[in-house]
Ligand binder design. Structure first.
Ligand code: ACO
Length: 284
């Protein structure tokens, strides 16, 4: 790629995606800029996520990065310096574009997996948290580097660290600007699991295959319920769970549950404690 092309990557080329065998593989696609998030990338990512969300051939979405980064956070040039030079209106617009797709991802209609293949900094914690499951390479690097260039961890990053990590670890992480390896990020709760780099895709595929076999409506209801519980009291949580289960019934949940119960109690063809029922036998 020439220097000129590097600078002028078209908006539609800032995100790449393919759909194969029920899996959408979405990539931050600015490897020459360590996949940092520019306004163009943020707009494109929202469009791609929306395009994929209701496709019948997409059962699971994986978010990963081209090259040796997942994402190096917000683009200090295009997202911060150049936008700030245009005034408050431009700043708010580009904040809304980025927070908008992080939010879309948090409440996505399909299960999502972050496959963290390398650098993950600052603003990258928004989509990291947005994904339901996060699997990283052991040698990936995670950093709240904001403090290293004189800002606080905004755009959701402080909330993500406080939400996922033990408080003492989160505070140290935010104040010191030292990176964590994938392994450390796993130990501190920031991600689900770290695996050797050469096993990363294999492990993500394994999880995708397992998720693909689950009842899709029950998965949606489960991920939303888990996220809603974070700021609910026990009693409000119980109430929400009752209502969400009842709502699930109107999306085919009643039939799925009846069939699963039949397979366990009558057919004895599966055990819920050991695996998933055969969703292909659910009658609409
Ligand atoms: N914003 C803007 N440009 C970036 C960013 C970024 N966040 N990250 C990388 N780049 C650019 C570099 O300026 C460089 O551009 P150039 O080729 O035009 O000079 C190119 O990407 C390659 O980056 P290098 O620094 O040369 O790559 P290297 O592999 O040596 O280092 C690293 C990678 C450690 C990720 C480094 O690029 C870095 O520190 N990036 C910034 C990370 C960061 O702190 N992000 C902001 C977090 S705070 C927030 O998101 C709000």
């Amino acid at each position: 790629m020439t220097e000129q092309q590097k600078i002028e990557r078209a908006e539609e080329d800032t995100v790449a995606f393919t759909v194969e065998d029920g899996m959408a593989w979405v990539k931050f696609n600015r490897p020459e800029k360590r996949n940092c998030m520019s306004p163009k990338l943020n707009r494109r990512m929202k469009a791609v996520l929306e395009e994929l969300e209701f496709r019948d051939d997409v059962k699971v979405l994986v978010l990963t990065g081209e090259g040796d980064a997942w994402t190096a956070g917000m683009d200090l040039k295009e997202y911060f310096r150049e936008t700030e030079a245009l005034g408050l209106g431009a700043v708010r617009k580009s904040q809304r574009e980025s927070y908008g797709w992080f939010e879309r991802l948090r409440w996505y209609e399909k299960p999502t997996i972050a496959m963290i293949n390398g650098w993950c900094f600052g603003g990258g914690y928004g989509p990291l948290f947005g994904c339901d499951i996060a699997i990283a390479s052991e040698d990936a690097q995670f950093g709240l580097s904001e403090i290293n260039w004189g800002i606080l961890p905004g755009g959701g990053a402080s909330k993500v660290a406080q939400e996922l990590m033990p408080f003492r670890k989160a505070m140290y992480h935010a104040m010191m600007g030292e990176n964590l390896t994938g392994k450390q990020a796993e130990e501190q709760g920031l991600i689900t699991e770290a695996v050797p780099a050469e096993k990363l895709k294999e492990r993500v595929l394994e999880i995708c295959e397992a998720l693909k076999k689950k009842d899709t409506h029950a998965l949606r209801a489960t991920k939303w319920t888990m996220r809603r519980m974070v700021d609910m009291t026990y009693d409000n949580g119980l109430e929400y769970q009752i209502r969400a289960q009842e709502a699930l019934h109107s999306f085919g949940g009643a039939a799925a549950r009846k069939e699963a119960t039949r397979q366990f109690l009558d057919e004895k063809s599966f055990k819920p404690g050991l695996g998933t029922f055969d969703t292909s036998k659910v009658k609409a």
